[in-house]
Design a binder for this molecule. Structure first.
Ligand SMILES: [Cu+2]
Length: 506
C-alpha cells in the first residue's frame, strides 16, 4: 500500500511539472521570452537556496536524532581500551569533514543564487585558472590527510605490536570458512599447538592441528554456533586465518577488524574493558534502548536486554555470508577461567584412540592411567562380588601394548595396567585367570595364531616375574579366530587386536 501511495505522489508531481511547463510556455508567449526567463532564473535561484537550508537542517537533525544508535556516540562508546582513541580519531575526521561539507554545500547552492542572470546584457567572466587557488585547495587537503593518516597508522601499530610474556595475554585463533568461524582456545597451557595444512582432514581434523605438538593436546575448538567468551581487562591476541576465500574478523564494539586471508595468517590484539553486562547497563540509561526488542511483542524484552556483542564477517564472502555472525560475551576474569575449564579439549574428545591419533599405543596420559586403574579395579571387584554368574568374566586389558611388528611386550607403557593387575591378583588370592591373545586378519592365519600365543605368553611372563604363582595363570593365543568387530575397517581391526583377561575361577 505504502509503495502505491508513494508511486501515486511521484506520478502526480510529474503531471504538475508538465502542467507548469505548459503554463510558462503560454505566459511566455503573452509576456515575451526575456521577461519570463528572468523571472524563471530568479525562482530557480531561490529554490536552490531553499533546498540548501532544508538539506542541511535535515542532515543535522537526523544525525542528532540517531545520536544514541550510532557508534561511537551515546552508549555505543568503545568496549576496548584502544577503541577510545580510535573513536577520538573518528570524531576529528567527522568534525573536519563536517566543516568541509557545510562550506562546499553552502557555496554550491548559494552561487547559483548570487550569480543568477539579472541583466541579459551582462556577460559572464571567463576565468582561465589561478595557480594560487589551485595550490591552496591541493595543499590544505594534502596536509590534513597526511596528519589524519599518520594518526591512524600510530593507532593501528598499537594493535599489531609484538607481545611478550610480560603482557600476560591470551591467544585465540579464528579460522574463517564458508560460512562459519572455528575458534581455537589454548587450554590450560595457554599455548596454541602447531597446525599444518597437510594434516587437514575434513572428517576428523578440519583445522589441520598437529597432534605431535604437545601444546595441541589441550586445545579447545569451538564450533560454528558456540558463544565466543573472553575475559575483561585481559589482553587478547587473535590469530586470524581462512580456509577458502577472503573473510574478515570484525568486532565492531571493540573497534577491531582484520582480513582473514587463506594462506596468510594475520592477527590483532585488543583489551576488552566492559563486560556484556556492564555494556547492557550503559544502554539501559537511554530511551532508544528501552523500546521492545521485537516490535510485534510490546511486552517482551527491551532492546538493551537482548543486546549482545557480535563478531561479524566484514567481507562479502558468498551467499551464506550473514551466517558468520557469532555472539561474543565478555565476562570477568574468574568467570572466564571457570568457563574455560568446562570446555572439552578437542584431542581427548575426538582424536584419542582413533586411527588419527599419533599417540595411540605409544603414550598414556596421567588422567587415562588413573581412570583405567579405577576401571580395572571395578571390573574385577564386580566379578568377585557377583554371585549369580552374570558378571562379565572377560575383561579387556586395554592398556597392554606390544612393540610394533613383534610379540615383545612394551613394558614401559604396559606396566601400569599389569602392575594394577598384579595388585588385584594379590588382593584376591583365589583368582585364576587365562591370558588370551587375539589378532586381526591381516597376514597369514597360522602366523597370527603364533603371534597371539607369544604375546599372551609374554604377558604371563611379566606377571610371573612379579611373583604371581604359575598355577593361577595360563596363556593362550586365538589368532584371528574370535574377532569382536569387522576386519574391513581400521577401527574394526584395531578392536580385534587385543589381549583379554578371562577369569577361570575366583
Ligand atoms: Cu565470511
Amino acid at each position: 500500500m505504502i509503495y502505491f501511495v508513494a508511486f501515486a505522489i511521484v506520478a502526480l508531481l510529474a503531471v504538475i511539472v508538465v502542467q507548469i511547463g505548459k503554463l510558462s510556455d503560454l505566459s511566455a508567449r503573452i509576456k515575451g521570452e526575456e521577461a519570463v526567463e528572468l523571472a524563471n532564473n530568479k525562482t530557480q535561484a531561490r529554490i536552490s537556496v531553499g533546498f540548501m537550508i532544508f538539506f542541511l537542517v535535515v542532515c543535522f537533525y537526523s544525525a542528532y536524532y540517531y545520536r544514541n544508535e550510532m557508534m561511537p556516540y551515546g552508549p555505543l562508546k568503545s568496549a576496548s581500551a584502544h577503541g577510545f582513541d580510535i573513536d577520538w580519531l573518528f570524531n576529528i575526521t567527522l568534525i573536519i569533514s563536517t566543516i568541509v561539507f557545510v562550506i562546499t554545500h553552502v557555496l554550491l547552492f548559494w552561487f547559483p543564487y548570487k550569480y543568477r542572470m539579472q541583466d541579459p546584457k551582462k556577460k559572464a567572466l571567463f576565468y582561465v585558472d589561478n595557480i594560487k587557488l589551485e595550490m591552496i585547495w591541493t595543499i590544505v587537503p594534502l596536509v590534513t590527510f597526511i596528519i589524519l593518516v599518520a594518526m591512524g597508522i600510530t593507532q593501528m601499530n598499537r594493535l599489531f605490536r609484538p607481545l611478550t610474556a610480560e603482557d600476560k595475554f591470551i591467544e585465540i585463533e579464528a579460522t574463517g570458512y564458508q560460512f562459519a568461524w572455528d575458534l581455537r582456545y589454548p587450554g590450560a597451557d595457554n599455548k596454541l599447538g602447531n597446525k599444518d595444512f597437510r594434516l587437514i582432514d575434513p572428517a576428523s581434523n578440519s583445522l589441520g592441528i598437529d597432534w605431535n605438538d604437545e601444546a595441541s593436546l589441550d586445545d579447545i575448538v569451538l564450533g560454528g554456533t558456540d558463544k565466543i567468551v573472553l575475559p575483561k581487562d585481559t589482553l587478547v591476541r587473535v590469530r586470524i586465518t581462512a580456509k577458502d576465500v577472503l573473510h574478515s574478523f570484525f568486532l565492531p564494539h571493540f573497534r577491531v577488524k582484520m582480513d582473514a586471508v587463506p594462506g596468510m595468517p594475520t592477527f590483532f590484539t585488543f583489551r576488552p574493558v566492559k563486560t556484556t553486562k556492564e555494556f547492557k547497563e550503559e544502554l539501559r540509561k537511554y530511551p532508544e534502548w528501552n523500546t521492545p526488542s521485537d516490535p510485534n511483542d510490546p511486552t517482551g524484552p527491551k532492546r538493551w536486554e537482548t543486546f549482545e556483542y557480535e563478531l561479524a564477517c566484514a567481507e562479502l564472502c558468498g551467499k551464506g555470508h550473514y551466517s558468520m555472525r557469532r555472539v561474543v560475551e565478555i565476562v570477568e576474569r574468574d568467570e572466564y577461567d571457570s568457563w574455560l575449564k568446562q570446555q572439552k579439549a578437542f584431542y581427548p574428545e575426538k582424536i584419542r584412540g582413533t586411527v588419527a591419533d599419533p599417540w595411540d599405543g605409544k603414550r598414556l596420559f596421567p588422567n587415562e592411567i588413573k581412570a583405567r586403574a579405577e576401571e580395572l579395579k571395578k571390573d574385577i571387584a564386580d566379578y568377585i562380588a557377583n554371585t549369580d554368574g552374570t558378571a562379565n568374566k572377560v575383561i579387556q586389558l586395554k592398556h597392554v601394548f606390544y612393540e610394533s611388528g613383534s610379540a615383545g611386550l612394551n613394558s614401559k607403557l604396559s606396566k601400569y595396567e599389569l602392575d594394577n593387575l598384579v595388585e588385584l591378583l594379590n588382593k584376591y588370592p583365589n583368582l585364576r585367570v587365562e591370558l588370551a591373545g587375539h589378532t586381526d586378519n591381516t597376514g597369514d592365519a597360522a602366523a597370527n595364531l603364533t603371534l597371539s600365543k607369544t604375546r599372551a605368553d609374554n604377558v604371563m611372563q611379566y606377571l610371573l616375574s612379579k611373583n604371581i604363582a604359575a598355577g593361577r595363570l595360563s596363556a593362550n593365543g586365538y589368532g584371528q579366530t574370535q574377532p569382536l568387530d569387522t576386519n574391513d575397517t581400521p577401527e574394526g581391526r584395531k578392536k580385534n587386536r587385543r589381549t583379554e583377561l578371562r577369569i577361570i575361577s575366583k
